[in-house]
Design a protein around this ligand. Sequence first.
Ligand SMILES: Cc1ncc(C[n+]2csc(CCOP(=O)(O)OP(=O)(O)O)c2C)c(N)n1
Length: 341
Amino acid sequence: MSVTLAAPVSEPDLGENDLDDLGLSRSDYRTLYRVIRLQREFEERIYRLFKQGRMTGAAYAGAGHEAIAAGSAYALAPQDVLVPMHRVIGAHFLRGHTPVDMMLQYYGRADAPTKGRDGNMHCGNWSKKIVGMISHLGSNIPTAAGIALASNLQGLDVVALTYIGEGGTSIGDFHEGVNFAAVRRLPLVVIIENNRYAYSTPTDLEYACENLIDRAEGYGIPGELIDGTDIREVYRATQTAVARARAGKGPTLIEAKCYRLLGHAQHDNAWYVDKGYLEEGRRHDPVAKCARLLLDLGAVTPEELSDIDAGVAKEVDEAVEIAEKNPLPRPEEALEGVYAP
Ligand SMILES: Cc1ncc(C[n+]2csc(CCOP(=O)(O)OP(=O)(O)O)c2C)c(N)n1
């Protein structure tokens, strides 16, 4: 299925402290670009290190999903809870996990967030209001709905934001979680990252409706279809949904169309993907689109953009150096911290 994505926006120059129609300043745009660039750089490095046999486990990349990760997490308030999935490491960065934290995690080292008990991006940190990713697709939705329920029951001002691939929306947990949140008007935002492949399965073998947000009506909640490669679109839609949730009006379903620019994970060369899909995806590369947006907004000069890129690459270099020097966990500690006492 092909979708027509919005053409790159050309905005008028923005003064340093001016806020645009979304309430974003030039400094906000620079932060967003930095996170988008960091996700791309970090994951490209992970793939290379993995191929060199320098880390074990599995390596996933969100190449093509970076605008979804950064644009959505940027719409959260500090007290809100992020329940991330495997292609939104940029959301971890925005919530306070550093490249060093995530590199230690990928290397499975002793000082990683999960202290070497799990690998890749499967880590949370309650002090940063990040719930560890759940491998079983769909389980994150009832979990996020539960957090939103607790928020309501305890009278807290907490919104839960979670994600699911379009493939994951076919799992029963998706229905149960979204329906429960709709019935109880819970402060939940669910973003469907629709990259049009669930591993190797294309969308015409995944669902029969035209768009997945068509299901929102059946749940009695709003649904919005957006271009997930456009940082402004993602931020705007998430901000609206978060504000709605915070005002007690219940959950929103957002379907963010995007492209998966690499295989499912490091081991997969995506031989089954349609060539036209990849070409179209590269034309809508969210990193390039965001860079162009910043230049159009006058938020950076080309030199400043290069400086951000160089700074990000240096940060990732340093993270690799620190992670490689960090010890593996000691075998006798293997069960510590795995089960609640
Ligand atoms: C319940 C369950 N079944 C299968 C898997 C294995 N698996 C992990 S990711 C994936 C594909 C997911 O596709 P989609 O939901 O579209 O997300 P994408 O990876 O494309 O972002 C599969 C089958 C799993 N983790 N959990």
